[in-house]
Design a protein. Structure first.
Length: 230
């Protein structure tokens, strides 16, 4: 692969056999400073706000153009990157903020194995079946709020699945505050077309998982939100 592609694989959580390695990604950027500004996709993954801005000023349509090693929109590279910010001009959170201000789709995402919708919000929250190797975004809560305020659909079934293995409910509190369980007109539920993708089924499944795993606080939270206990 090209150096830019290797950087993307090291920087981003991709839910494949290759886990992100932020230290190696940083070392690559240090050794080869021309990598981050090579494209808007590497710039977004690196959090190079100056480079992202310059590219959008030259070509505004790049904001929602798919490309790079993973054939994603720039916003997804910022949201799935696991590089911590070094300053306001080198921050994937600020890169995401800039992209959204220029018209990036807050519901950007991709289908994994043709069935599972991984969105920008999914990338912000991270985690999953291989929990230790699938960390959240370094600015998870701030990035998730930024996406939700920009119009991301809180009915994100993949986020619920990825986070159901542990008993922390911060993600549910934030999603419910933004309309989880209410129809928000997001594109992914309508696109998936299977029984588990309905709002009711999604939350009933979340309640079942909480009961199976022995998370009483989550059970209580979901029942208080009106999830059908039957």
């Amino acid at each position: 692969d090209s150096r830019a592609d290797v950087f993307i694989r090291l920087a981003c959580l991709t839910y494949t056999g290759m886990h992100p390695s932020p230290p190696r990604a940083r070392r690559l950027l240090t050794d080869h400073p021309d990598t981050a500004p090579a494209s808007i996709y590497t710039a977004a993954a690196a959090g190079d706000v100056t480079a992202v801005r310059a590219m959008l000023n030259l070509e505004p349509t790049l904001v929602n153009a798919k490309g790079g090693a993973l054939r994603w929109e720039p916003l997804l590279y910022a949201c799935y990157s696991r590089l911590e910010a070094s300053d306001p001009t080198h921050s994937t959170l600020e890169a995401a903020r800039l992209l959204l201000s220029r018209g990036a789709d807050p519901n950007a995402g991709f289908l994994y194995e043709g069935r599972y919708a991984f969105t920008a919000l999914t990338g912000a929250f991270g985690r999953g079946e291989d929990w230790p190797n699938q960390p959240p975004h370094p600015d998870c809560d701030a990035l998730a709020r930024l996406l939700l305020d920009a119009g991301a659909d809180p009915n994100d079934g993949q986020t619920l699945y990825n986070r159901h293995f542990r008993d922390n409910d911060d993600h549910l509190t934030l999603l419910f505050a933004s309309g989880l369980g209410q129809e928000r007109g997001g594109p992914w539920l309508a696109r998936l077309h299977h029984d588990e993708s309905t709002l009711e089924a999604m939350l009933v499944q979340e309640l079942c998982w909480a009961a199976i795993h022995g998370f009483p606080d989550r059970v209580k939270l979901l029942i208080e939100r009106g999830v059908d206990v039957d």
